[in-house]
Design a protein around this ligand. Structure first.
Ligand code: NAD
Ligand code: DAU
Length: 335
Protein backbone atom coordinates (compact mmCIF):
# COMPACT_ATOMS: atom_id res chain seq x y z
CA UNK A 1 0.00 0.00 0.00
CA UNK A 2 1.10 3.55 -0.67
CA UNK A 3 0.34 5.66 2.43
CA UNK A 4 0.16 9.44 2.28
CA UNK A 5 0.76 10.63 5.86
CA UNK A 6 -0.23 14.24 6.54
CA UNK A 7 1.55 15.93 9.44
CA UNK A 8 4.17 13.17 9.51
CA UNK A 9 6.87 15.50 10.90
CA UNK A 10 4.81 16.19 14.05
CA UNK A 11 4.65 14.16 17.25
CA UNK A 12 2.14 11.39 16.54
CA UNK A 13 2.68 11.43 12.75
CA UNK A 14 6.45 10.96 13.08
CA UNK A 15 5.96 8.12 15.57
CA UNK A 16 3.46 6.60 13.11
CA UNK A 17 6.06 6.74 10.32
CA UNK A 18 8.70 5.11 12.58
CA UNK A 19 6.17 2.46 13.61
CA UNK A 20 5.23 1.79 9.98
CA UNK A 21 8.82 1.48 8.75
CA UNK A 22 9.61 -0.91 11.65
CA UNK A 23 6.46 -3.05 11.81
CA UNK A 24 4.84 -2.69 8.36
CA UNK A 25 7.75 -2.40 5.93
CA UNK A 26 5.54 -3.57 3.05
CA UNK A 27 3.97 -0.08 2.93
CA UNK A 28 5.46 2.82 0.94
CA UNK A 29 5.24 6.07 2.89
CA UNK A 30 5.01 9.64 1.59
CA UNK A 31 4.79 12.43 4.16
CA UNK A 32 3.31 15.86 3.48
CA UNK A 33 4.04 18.40 6.20
CA UNK A 34 4.00 22.20 6.24
CA UNK A 35 6.73 22.24 8.91
CA UNK A 36 5.00 24.68 11.23
CA UNK A 37 6.65 25.38 14.60
CA UNK A 38 5.38 21.89 15.60
CA UNK A 39 6.83 20.02 12.63
CA UNK A 40 10.48 19.04 12.61
CA UNK A 41 12.03 17.06 9.73
CA UNK A 42 14.66 15.79 12.18
CA UNK A 43 11.87 13.69 13.72
CA UNK A 44 12.15 11.58 10.57
CA UNK A 45 15.94 11.55 10.18
CA UNK A 46 16.32 7.87 11.22
CA UNK A 47 13.86 6.77 8.48
CA UNK A 48 14.29 9.53 5.88
CA UNK A 49 16.05 7.17 3.41
CA UNK A 50 13.02 4.84 3.51
CA UNK A 51 10.25 7.39 2.84
CA UNK A 52 9.37 10.28 0.52
CA UNK A 53 9.13 13.65 2.22
CA UNK A 54 7.26 16.61 0.75
CA UNK A 55 7.21 20.01 2.43
CA UNK A 56 3.75 21.39 1.74
CA UNK A 57 0.42 22.62 3.04
CA UNK A 58 -2.71 20.44 3.10
CA UNK A 59 -4.65 23.57 2.08
CA UNK A 60 -2.71 23.58 -1.24
CA UNK A 61 -5.30 22.05 -3.57
CA UNK A 62 -2.99 21.44 -6.51
CA UNK A 63 -0.24 19.75 -4.48
CA UNK A 64 -2.75 17.63 -2.58
CA UNK A 65 -4.46 16.52 -5.78
CA UNK A 66 -1.15 15.24 -7.15
CA UNK A 67 -0.16 13.43 -3.95
CA UNK A 68 -3.58 11.87 -3.33
CA UNK A 69 -3.79 10.68 -6.94
CA UNK A 70 -0.54 8.79 -6.35
CA UNK A 71 -1.44 7.02 -3.06
CA UNK A 72 -3.83 4.28 -1.85
CA UNK A 73 -4.67 5.62 1.64
CA UNK A 74 -4.42 9.05 3.24
CA UNK A 75 -3.66 8.91 6.97
CA UNK A 76 -4.54 12.39 8.13
CA UNK A 77 -2.67 13.61 11.23
CA UNK A 78 -1.91 17.20 10.16
CA UNK A 79 -3.51 19.75 12.47
CA UNK A 80 -2.91 22.66 14.75
CA UNK A 81 -3.00 20.66 17.97
CA UNK A 82 -2.46 22.77 21.10
CA UNK A 83 -5.39 24.16 23.10
CA UNK A 84 -3.40 27.01 24.68
CA UNK A 85 -2.31 28.25 21.23
CA UNK A 86 -5.91 28.10 20.00
CA UNK A 87 -6.84 30.49 22.82
CA UNK A 88 -4.04 32.89 21.76
CA UNK A 89 -4.84 32.79 18.02
CA UNK A 90 -7.64 30.56 16.67
CA UNK A 91 -7.22 31.31 12.94
CA UNK A 92 -4.56 28.70 12.04
CA UNK A 93 -6.82 26.11 13.70
CA UNK A 94 -9.77 27.05 11.49
CA UNK A 95 -7.56 27.09 8.41
CA UNK A 96 -5.66 23.82 8.84
CA UNK A 97 -8.16 21.74 10.79
CA UNK A 98 -11.27 22.67 8.82
CA UNK A 99 -10.19 23.98 5.42
CA UNK A 100 -7.26 21.57 5.23
CA UNK A 101 -9.52 18.60 6.02
CA UNK A 102 -12.02 19.85 3.41
CA UNK A 103 -9.23 19.84 0.79
CA UNK A 104 -8.29 16.28 1.71
CA UNK A 105 -11.90 15.15 1.50
CA UNK A 106 -12.32 16.66 -1.93
CA UNK A 107 -9.11 15.04 -3.17
CA UNK A 108 -10.02 11.56 -1.85
CA UNK A 109 -13.52 11.97 -3.29
CA UNK A 110 -12.14 12.90 -6.72
CA UNK A 111 -9.62 10.05 -6.82
CA UNK A 112 -11.69 7.40 -4.97
CA UNK A 113 -9.02 6.87 -2.28
CA UNK A 114 -9.35 5.61 1.30
CA UNK A 115 -8.99 8.10 4.17
CA UNK A 116 -8.31 7.56 7.84
CA UNK A 117 -8.96 10.74 9.85
CA UNK A 118 -7.17 11.14 13.20
CA UNK A 119 -9.19 12.96 15.81
CA UNK A 120 -9.46 13.53 19.52
CA UNK A 121 -11.61 12.81 22.58
CA UNK A 122 -11.95 16.57 23.04
CA UNK A 123 -14.72 16.71 20.43
CA UNK A 124 -17.04 15.28 23.12
CA UNK A 125 -16.38 18.13 25.57
CA UNK A 126 -15.77 17.08 29.16
CA UNK A 127 -17.23 14.91 31.91
CA UNK A 128 -17.86 15.82 35.54
CA UNK A 129 -15.33 14.33 37.97
CA UNK A 130 -17.97 12.06 39.52
CA UNK A 131 -19.66 11.05 36.24
CA UNK A 132 -19.46 7.24 35.94
CA UNK A 133 -19.64 7.45 32.12
CA UNK A 134 -16.83 7.33 29.60
CA UNK A 135 -16.91 8.63 26.01
CA UNK A 136 -18.09 6.14 23.39
CA UNK A 137 -18.56 6.29 19.61
CA UNK A 138 -22.16 7.41 20.29
CA UNK A 139 -21.40 10.30 22.66
CA UNK A 140 -22.79 13.61 21.37
CA UNK A 141 -20.30 16.25 20.23
CA UNK A 142 -19.88 19.20 22.63
CA UNK A 143 -16.42 20.77 22.12
CA UNK A 144 -15.17 23.56 24.37
CA UNK A 145 -12.10 25.26 22.89
CA UNK A 146 -11.24 26.71 19.47
CA UNK A 147 -8.95 23.67 18.99
CA UNK A 148 -11.54 21.06 19.88
CA UNK A 149 -14.32 22.81 17.97
CA UNK A 150 -12.24 22.83 14.78
CA UNK A 151 -11.46 19.13 15.29
CA UNK A 152 -15.19 18.49 15.81
CA UNK A 153 -15.85 20.45 12.61
CA UNK A 154 -13.36 18.30 10.72
CA UNK A 155 -15.01 15.10 12.04
CA UNK A 156 -18.42 16.37 10.92
CA UNK A 157 -17.03 17.07 7.45
CA UNK A 158 -15.64 13.53 7.22
CA UNK A 159 -18.97 12.04 8.38
CA UNK A 160 -20.88 14.19 5.86
CA UNK A 161 -18.57 13.16 3.00
CA UNK A 162 -19.05 9.49 3.97
CA UNK A 163 -22.82 9.79 4.02
CA UNK A 164 -23.36 12.20 1.11
CA UNK A 165 -20.60 11.15 -1.29
CA UNK A 166 -19.85 7.61 -0.13
CA UNK A 167 -16.14 8.20 0.40
CA UNK A 168 -14.22 5.30 1.96
CA UNK A 169 -13.25 6.78 5.31
CA UNK A 170 -12.77 5.83 8.95
CA UNK A 171 -12.27 8.08 11.99
CA UNK A 172 -10.49 7.50 15.29
CA UNK A 173 -10.87 9.66 18.38
CA UNK A 174 -7.97 9.19 20.77
CA UNK A 175 -7.13 10.41 24.27
CA UNK A 176 -3.99 12.29 25.45
CA UNK A 177 -0.83 10.84 23.93
CA UNK A 178 2.68 10.89 25.42
CA UNK A 179 6.05 9.63 24.20
CA UNK A 180 9.12 10.77 22.26
CA UNK A 181 9.10 13.71 19.81
CA UNK A 182 6.18 15.51 21.54
CA UNK A 183 6.52 19.31 21.40
CA UNK A 184 7.62 20.81 24.72
CA UNK A 185 4.56 23.08 24.84
CA UNK A 186 2.49 20.02 25.86
CA UNK A 187 2.03 19.06 29.50
CA UNK A 188 4.25 15.99 29.97
CA UNK A 189 7.27 17.14 27.90
CA UNK A 190 6.95 20.67 29.32
CA UNK A 191 7.31 19.35 32.87
CA UNK A 192 10.08 16.86 31.98
CA UNK A 193 12.14 19.55 30.23
CA UNK A 194 11.42 22.00 33.06
CA UNK A 195 12.84 19.55 35.59
CA UNK A 196 15.82 18.81 33.32
CA UNK A 197 16.37 22.62 33.22
CA UNK A 198 15.98 22.94 37.01
CA UNK A 199 12.65 24.79 36.65
CA UNK A 200 9.66 23.69 38.72
CA UNK A 201 6.77 21.97 36.89
CA UNK A 202 3.75 24.24 36.28
CA UNK A 203 0.31 23.06 37.36
CA UNK A 204 -2.74 24.85 35.94
CA UNK A 205 -5.47 25.87 38.40
CA UNK A 206 -6.51 23.24 40.93
CA UNK A 207 -4.86 20.36 39.09
CA UNK A 208 -7.99 18.29 39.67
CA UNK A 209 -8.56 17.86 35.91
CA UNK A 210 -8.40 14.29 34.66
CA UNK A 211 -6.75 13.16 31.44
CA UNK A 212 -6.77 9.62 30.00
CA UNK A 213 -3.16 8.95 28.93
CA UNK A 214 -2.01 6.63 26.14
CA UNK A 215 1.48 5.87 24.86
CA UNK A 216 1.85 7.07 21.27
CA UNK A 217 2.84 3.56 20.07
CA UNK A 218 -0.46 2.19 21.43
CA UNK A 219 -2.32 4.90 19.50
CA UNK A 220 -0.44 4.04 16.33
CA UNK A 221 -0.98 0.28 16.69
CA UNK A 222 -4.70 1.11 16.82
CA UNK A 223 -4.45 3.24 13.68
CA UNK A 224 -2.76 0.38 11.78
CA UNK A 225 -5.43 -2.05 12.91
CA UNK A 226 -8.16 0.31 11.70
CA UNK A 227 -6.36 0.70 8.36
CA UNK A 228 -6.27 -3.09 8.03
CA UNK A 229 -9.59 -4.19 9.51
CA UNK A 230 -11.69 -1.10 10.26
CA UNK A 231 -15.20 -0.96 8.86
CA UNK A 232 -15.54 1.76 6.23
CA UNK A 233 -17.72 4.60 7.54
CA UNK A 234 -17.10 3.74 11.21
CA UNK A 235 -15.60 5.68 14.10
CA UNK A 236 -13.32 4.05 16.70
CA UNK A 237 -12.54 5.34 20.20
CA UNK A 238 -8.88 4.79 21.21
CA UNK A 239 -7.90 4.89 24.89
CA UNK A 240 -5.79 2.81 27.28
CA UNK A 241 -7.72 3.41 30.54
CA UNK A 242 -4.97 5.43 32.23
CA UNK A 243 -7.04 8.25 33.74
CA UNK A 244 -5.16 10.43 36.23
CA UNK A 245 -5.69 13.88 37.76
CA UNK A 246 -2.96 16.30 36.77
CA UNK A 247 -1.77 16.89 40.35
CA UNK A 248 -2.42 13.63 42.22
CA UNK A 249 -1.10 11.26 39.60
CA UNK A 250 0.77 12.74 36.67
CA UNK A 251 2.77 15.35 38.61
CA UNK A 252 3.52 12.85 41.34
CA UNK A 253 4.46 10.30 38.71
CA UNK A 254 6.75 12.65 36.79
CA UNK A 255 8.34 13.99 39.97
CA UNK A 256 8.80 10.45 41.29
CA UNK A 257 10.33 9.16 38.05
CA UNK A 258 12.68 12.15 38.02
CA UNK A 259 13.62 11.86 41.70
CA UNK A 260 12.07 15.12 42.93
CA UNK A 261 9.88 15.78 45.99
CA UNK A 262 6.11 15.59 45.41
CA UNK A 263 5.54 19.27 46.18
CA UNK A 264 8.34 20.62 43.93
CA UNK A 265 5.97 22.47 41.57
CA UNK A 266 4.43 25.90 40.91
CA UNK A 267 0.69 26.57 40.81
CA UNK A 268 -0.01 28.85 37.82
CA UNK A 269 -3.04 30.47 36.15
CA UNK A 270 -5.68 28.09 34.94
CA UNK A 271 -6.52 27.59 31.24
CA UNK A 272 -9.71 29.54 30.34
CA UNK A 273 -12.56 27.10 29.73
CA UNK A 274 -10.37 24.22 30.98
CA UNK A 275 -12.06 20.85 30.31
CA UNK A 276 -12.48 18.94 33.58
CA UNK A 277 -12.30 15.27 32.67
CA UNK A 278 -11.81 13.02 29.66
CA UNK A 279 -12.28 9.24 29.83
CA UNK A 280 -12.50 6.84 26.91
CA UNK A 281 -14.35 3.58 26.41
CA UNK A 282 -12.41 1.73 23.73
CA UNK A 283 -14.35 -1.54 24.02
CA UNK A 284 -15.53 -1.45 20.38
CA UNK A 285 -11.94 -1.31 19.10
CA UNK A 286 -10.89 -4.10 21.48
CA UNK A 287 -13.94 -6.30 20.77
CA UNK A 288 -14.31 -5.85 17.00
CA UNK A 289 -10.66 -5.44 15.91
CA UNK A 290 -8.85 -7.21 18.79
CA UNK A 291 -6.76 -4.17 19.82
CA UNK A 292 -4.69 -4.43 22.99
CA UNK A 293 -2.60 -1.52 24.32
CA UNK A 294 0.85 -2.41 25.70
CA UNK A 295 1.29 0.44 28.22
CA UNK A 296 -1.63 -0.22 30.57
CA UNK A 297 -2.36 0.43 34.27
CA UNK A 298 -0.06 2.36 36.62
CA UNK A 299 2.96 0.14 35.93
CA UNK A 300 2.61 0.55 32.17
CA UNK A 301 2.27 4.31 32.49
CA UNK A 302 5.33 4.48 34.77
CA UNK A 303 7.33 2.41 32.23
CA UNK A 304 6.17 4.69 29.41
CA UNK A 305 7.05 7.79 31.45
CA UNK A 306 10.53 6.46 32.34
CA UNK A 307 11.17 5.75 28.65
CA UNK A 308 9.90 9.26 27.73
CA UNK A 309 12.01 10.99 30.41
CA UNK A 310 15.08 9.09 29.16
CA UNK A 311 14.34 10.20 25.59
CA UNK A 312 14.14 13.93 26.53
CA UNK A 313 17.26 13.57 28.68
CA UNK A 314 19.19 11.97 25.82
CA UNK A 315 17.90 14.38 23.13
CA UNK A 316 18.52 17.77 24.72
CA UNK A 317 19.65 19.23 21.39
CA UNK A 318 16.14 18.44 20.06
CA UNK A 319 14.36 20.76 22.54
CA UNK A 320 16.82 23.12 24.23
CA UNK A 321 16.79 25.78 21.50
CA UNK A 322 12.98 26.19 21.80
CA UNK A 323 12.71 26.06 25.57
CA UNK A 324 13.09 29.73 26.51
CA UNK A 325 10.63 30.95 23.82
CA UNK A 326 8.01 28.38 24.89
CA UNK A 327 8.37 29.36 28.55
CA UNK A 328 8.31 33.10 27.70
CA UNK A 329 4.98 32.64 25.85
CA UNK A 330 3.53 30.82 28.87
CA UNK A 331 4.93 33.40 31.32
CA UNK A 332 3.05 36.19 29.49
CA UNK A 333 -0.15 34.43 30.53
CA UNK A 334 0.99 33.74 34.05
CA UNK A 335 1.43 30.07 33.21
P1 NAD B 1 1.64 18.14 16.35
O1 NAD B 1 1.24 19.56 16.55
O2 NAD B 1 2.79 17.59 17.10
O3 NAD B 1 1.94 17.89 14.80
C1 NAD B 1 1.14 18.41 13.78
C2 NAD B 1 1.91 18.32 12.48
O4 NAD B 1 1.05 18.82 11.43
C3 NAD B 1 3.18 19.16 12.44
O5 NAD B 1 4.24 18.42 11.88
C4 NAD B 1 2.81 20.34 11.56
O6 NAD B 1 3.93 20.90 10.85
C5 NAD B 1 1.81 19.70 10.60
N1 NAD B 1 0.90 20.68 10.02
C6 NAD B 1 0.20 21.67 10.65
N2 NAD B 1 -0.51 22.37 9.75
C7 NAD B 1 -0.29 21.81 8.53
C8 NAD B 1 -0.76 22.08 7.23
N3 NAD B 1 -1.61 23.09 6.99
N4 NAD B 1 -0.33 21.31 6.22
C9 NAD B 1 0.54 20.27 6.44
N5 NAD B 1 1.02 19.98 7.65
C10 NAD B 1 0.60 20.74 8.69
O7 NAD B 1 0.32 17.30 16.62
P2 NAD B 1 0.14 15.83 17.22
O8 NAD B 1 0.06 15.93 18.69
O9 NAD B 1 1.12 14.93 16.58
O10 NAD B 1 -1.34 15.50 16.70
C11 NAD B 1 -1.54 14.84 15.44
C12 NAD B 1 -3.01 14.60 15.23
O11 NAD B 1 -3.51 13.80 16.28
C13 NAD B 1 -3.86 15.87 15.25
O12 NAD B 1 -4.86 15.74 14.28
C14 NAD B 1 -4.46 15.91 16.64
O13 NAD B 1 -5.69 16.60 16.66
C15 NAD B 1 -4.64 14.44 16.89
N6 NAD B 1 -4.61 14.01 18.30
C16 NAD B 1 -3.60 14.38 19.13
C17 NAD B 1 -3.56 13.90 20.44
C18 NAD B 1 -2.43 14.26 21.37
O14 NAD B 1 -2.50 13.92 22.54
N7 NAD B 1 -1.37 14.90 20.93
C19 NAD B 1 -4.59 13.07 20.89
C20 NAD B 1 -5.64 12.74 20.01
C21 NAD B 1 -5.64 13.19 18.72
O1 DAU C 1 -7.24 14.67 24.73
C1 DAU C 1 -6.57 14.69 23.52
C2 DAU C 1 -5.86 16.01 23.38
O2 DAU C 1 -4.78 15.99 24.30
C3 DAU C 1 -5.36 16.28 21.97
O3 DAU C 1 -6.44 16.39 21.10
C4 DAU C 1 -4.53 17.57 21.92
O4 DAU C 1 -3.96 17.73 20.63
C5 DAU C 1 -3.42 17.46 22.95
O5 DAU C 1 -2.68 18.68 23.00
C6 DAU C 1 -3.99 17.15 24.33
O6 DAU C 1 -4.78 18.27 24.84
P1 DAU C 1 -4.74 18.74 26.36
O7 DAU C 1 -5.10 20.17 26.38
O8 DAU C 1 -5.46 17.79 27.23
O9 DAU C 1 -3.16 18.50 26.65
P2 DAU C 1 -2.03 19.39 27.35
O10 DAU C 1 -0.79 18.58 27.27
O11 DAU C 1 -1.96 20.78 26.83
O12 DAU C 1 -2.54 19.47 28.86
C7 DAU C 1 -2.86 18.29 29.58
C8 DAU C 1 -3.45 18.71 30.94
O13 DAU C 1 -2.42 19.35 31.73
C9 DAU C 1 -4.54 19.75 30.84
O14 DAU C 1 -5.50 19.51 31.85
C10 DAU C 1 -3.85 21.08 31.08
C11 DAU C 1 -2.76 20.70 32.06
N1 DAU C 1 -1.51 21.48 31.98
C12 DAU C 1 -0.95 21.68 30.76
C13 DAU C 1 0.25 22.36 30.65
C14 DAU C 1 0.91 22.63 29.30
C15 DAU C 1 -0.89 21.89 33.16
O15 DAU C 1 -1.39 21.69 34.27
N2 DAU C 1 0.32 22.53 33.04
C16 DAU C 1 0.91 22.79 31.86
O16 DAU C 1 2.01 23.40 31.84
Amino acid sequence: MKLLVTGGAGFIGANFVHYTVKHKPEHQVTVIDKLTYAGNPENLTPVMDKINFVTGDICDEELLDKLVADCDIVVHFAAESHNDNSLRNPWPFVETNIIGTYRILEAVRKHGKRLHHISTDEVFGDLELDDPNRFTEDTAYNPSSPYSSTKAGSDHLVRAWIRSFGIKATISNCSNNYGPYQHIEKMIPRQITNILSDIKPKLYGTGEQVRDWIHVDDHNSAVHLILEKGKIGDTYIVGADNDHTNNKMVFEMILEVMGKPKDWLDHVNDRPGHDMRYAMDSSKLRRELGWQPQYTDNNGMMDGLRQTVAWYDQHREWWQADKSAVEAAYAKQGQ
